[in-house]
Structures are given as C-alpha cells and as structure tokens.
Design a binder for this molecule. Structure first.
Ligand SMILES: [Zn+2]
Length: 349
C-alpha cells in the first residue's frame, strides 16, 4: 500500500481523503436534487399537458409570453373563474403555469387552477393539483383546506380527515371541521342501524359543535318522536323551512298545541284551525300570515331562500357547505311572504 500511495501514513493524506469524500457526497446530492426537481417539473408539465387539450376557448397559446403578462392575466383568470367561465379561466391558468418555471412564482396560480377545477366539478383534477402543491409546499393552508373539500365531495371522508392533522400542526382550529366530518360520516353510514344512529344523534344535538339543523333534520327522518321532543324553540329560525314543509302526518299535535310559536306556525300554514285570538309567535312572516288570515286573506304563503353568513350569497336550495365559498355551518334561512301557489306541499326530508 505504501508503494501505491507513498503518503498513506501521512495524517494530511487522510484529511484529504475525507475532504474528497465530502465533496463527492455533496456533488451527488446536488445532482440527485436537480434530477428530482426536473422530474417533478416534467411530471407536472405532462399532467397539465394531458388536461390542457380542448379546454381553452381563448386563443392564448399563440401569445408570446412576457413577465408583464402575469399580473393582468392572473387577474383575468380569477375574474373568469368567479363569473363561472371556467374553461376560459382554466386556459389562462394553464398558459401561465406552463410559462413560469420556479414553483414559488406559480404556486398561487396552481391554487387558482385547483379552485377553478373544484368549482367546475372536475374533482379528480382538483385533487391532483392540490396534491401537487402540497408535495412541494406541505404548509400551504389553502391547498389543505380545499383538498379537504374535494375529498368530502368525493365521499372520501377518511382522506378528508387526514388533511386536518397538518392544519392543526399549522395552528389552525379544526374543531368545527372535525365535527362536520364526524356528522357527515354518521349520516352517510349505512352500516349503523337506525336505533344506534338515533342514539348517537341525540348525543350530538346537545353539543354545540354539531350543526343543530343537520341533526334535527336527520332525526325528523329517522325518529319523529325524538325530533319533536328535542325541538329547541330558540333555534326555530334555523329550521323554519323544515317545520313548514313537514307533512301533516309527521306533526306532533300534543307538542305543537302546548307551544305558542309552534301553534302560530301551523295556524299560518292552515293545518290548525284559528280559534279566537291567535297568539304572536315573534316571527314576523308567521304573524303577518295569521293577521292576514284573520282579515279574510288566505292567499299568503312563505318563500324560502338560503344565505351564507360568510360570503353573503343567496341560493334557492338548502346546503351543508356553501356552494360558493365552501364554508360550513354558515347557512341562514331567509324567509319572505309570497302569493300562495296552487301546488301540493312537499317535504324537505
Ligand atoms: Zn359562502
């Protein structure tokens, strides 16, 4: 050995070998890192390439790319997405993402693309985009929140639950989301028998973390007696539509007749006969209908709409998650007076 390497016994030679080894390891790591980055870039590009075809109705691909285009085009893509012009929005997002290389510079564009796919109903594509963002930036809260929504809409409640842990680590309060998912799991679970489900719902209705409206609505489907017994008059504003559209056969007249508010509601509905003076319910539209009926007018009915307390949008049908901003427990029942139509009643259950 001494003949091959004359300085083998020299301590300086050993140090040189160590330095060389460190250099080799550093170079290999650098090359591997670059290779991995390049592979990820190509994977994203090929993924985006696959979903790009026939989706852009704008002739934007021929536009020469310039840095100055990023801000106006990203604003345009956002506006199209808000207005429901999803194809145009997706086309612009894809054009920008394909022309911008560094991930941090296009992270917000990928978020916009994922949200647009979600709104347009392309849930699998939306999932892929948010997973891609999280693969590169695991602490992206927007991506985690939206991925949870995607999984919920795909009925993958276990996967939706898995997104809560990273959110908690990031300091987000996920208690209401946890309760929302637990309730969704219970309501959709076909393996739990009716009796056990009612038992569990009776426990949840006591806990303010769970949506009262969702629990009582399910109880009205599963166990009428339990629903009427657990009816909270203080929360009647949030379920007035459910009570209004209940079929007469589902009404508990023992409970209704002992409560002024409930009696007024069903007198206004025409289910109970108005005898003598009708006590006020404190609900403006109900008292107005009762007053009108007393004056001989029986042509007034109720019309329901549903608002979101977060984004302030209104919708014609009830929701558990706002269709616009995906907020949970944000539903507000909006009621107004309307001319009675000659249709038969229907139930919301
Ligand atoms: Zn909303």
């Amino acid at each position: 050995m001494d003949k091959i390497l004359p300085a083998y016994n020299d301590p300086l030679f050993s140090i040189l070998i160590i330095v060389l080894l460190i250099l080799v390891v550093a170079i290999v790591s650098f090359v591997m890192g670059n290779y991995k980055e390049e592979r990820q870039r190509k994977t994203l590009k090929s993924f985006l390439g696959k979903i790009k075809t026939d989706e852009c109705t704008l002739d934007i691909e021929k536009l020469p790319f310039e840095e100055a285009l990023i801000t106006p085009l990203s604003l345009l893509a956002h506006t199209f997405s808000t207005q429901g012009e999803y194809q145009k929005s997706i086309g612009i997002y894809l054009y920008l993402i394909n022309n911008i290389s560094p991930f941090p510079k296009k992270e917000y564009l990928l978020e916009g693309l994922g949200k647009t796919y979600l709104k347009a109903g392309f849930l699998k594509r939306s999932e892929s985009i948010f997973l891609e963002i999280l693969r590169k930036h695991a602490r992206n809260r927007e991506a985690l929140y939206h991925l949870e929504v995607v999984y919920e809409l795909l009925n993958k409640h276990d996967k939706a639950g898995q997104t809560l842990k990273p959110l908690e680590i990031l300091g987000e309060n996920s208690n209401s989301l946890k309760a929302h998912l637990k309730l969704s799991n219970l309501l959709k679970n076909q393996e739990i028998n009716r009796e056990d489900k009612v038992k569990k719902l009776k426990q949840l209705i006591e806990d303010s973390s769970y949506s009262y409206r969702r629990v009582i609505k399910e109880l009205f489907k599963l166990d009428l007696n339990a629903a009427w017994e657990l009816l909270d008059i203080d929360k009647i504003d949030s379920i007035l539509d459910i009570l209004w559209f209940l079929p007469s056969s589902n009404l508990n007249f023992d409970i209704i007749s002992t409560n002024k508010t409930l009696s007024s509601i069903y007198r206004a509905k025409g289910v109970l006969e108005a005898k003598g003076s009708v006590s006020k319910s404190g609900i403006f539209v109900i008292d107005t209908i009762n007053a009108a009926q007393k004056g001989g007018s029986h042509e007034v009915d109720l019309n329901f709409k549903y608002g979101c307390s977060r984004c302030k949008q209104h919708f014609p049908i009830s929701f558990e998650r706002c269709p616009k901003c995906y907020a949970i427990d944000s539903i507000q029942v909006k009621v107004s007076l309307a001319k009675k139509q000659s249709h038969t009643g229907y139930s919301l259950l």
